[in-house]
Design a protein around this ligand. Sequence first.
Ligand code: RB5
Length: 146
Amino acid sequence: MIVLGCDHGGYDLMQEVKKHLDEKGLDYLDLGTDSGEVSVDYPDYAHRVVKAILDGTCDRGILICGTGIGISMAANRFKGIRAALCTDCYMAEKAREHNDANILAMGGRVLGSGTALKIVDTFLETPFSEGERHKRRIAKIDDTEL
Ligand code: RB5
């Protein structure tokens, strides 16, 4: 199951993403926001999505704010979360193959919907490589104490 969260800056693109997932017959849990007109705080929606992944309700997430920057920063504060801000399909592919990203972040004021939906497909369809060097590097993200 895919969990979705956005702020007002990501609302319009998220509606396109939802339509696309509907057309593909993919289930999702939409945790808001519910309008592009009301200004909200992107960390609140990042936190909802993070919670749904960390408690096991969902295994992948998509977060969208105006740039994708703030909402990915907020999500990446949490151990076990690997949110990748992607602006093209190459980034989405490597985010899965190398980083085992569990959240895709995008900027609703940055990307056109054509590019964004291809990024979504790449993110959802690309498996983690299972490479040992990638597992080692991912483990260091969560396990290193400075
Ligand atoms: C909201 O205006 C905007 O700051 C937000 O959507 C996002 O771009 C933050 O990183």
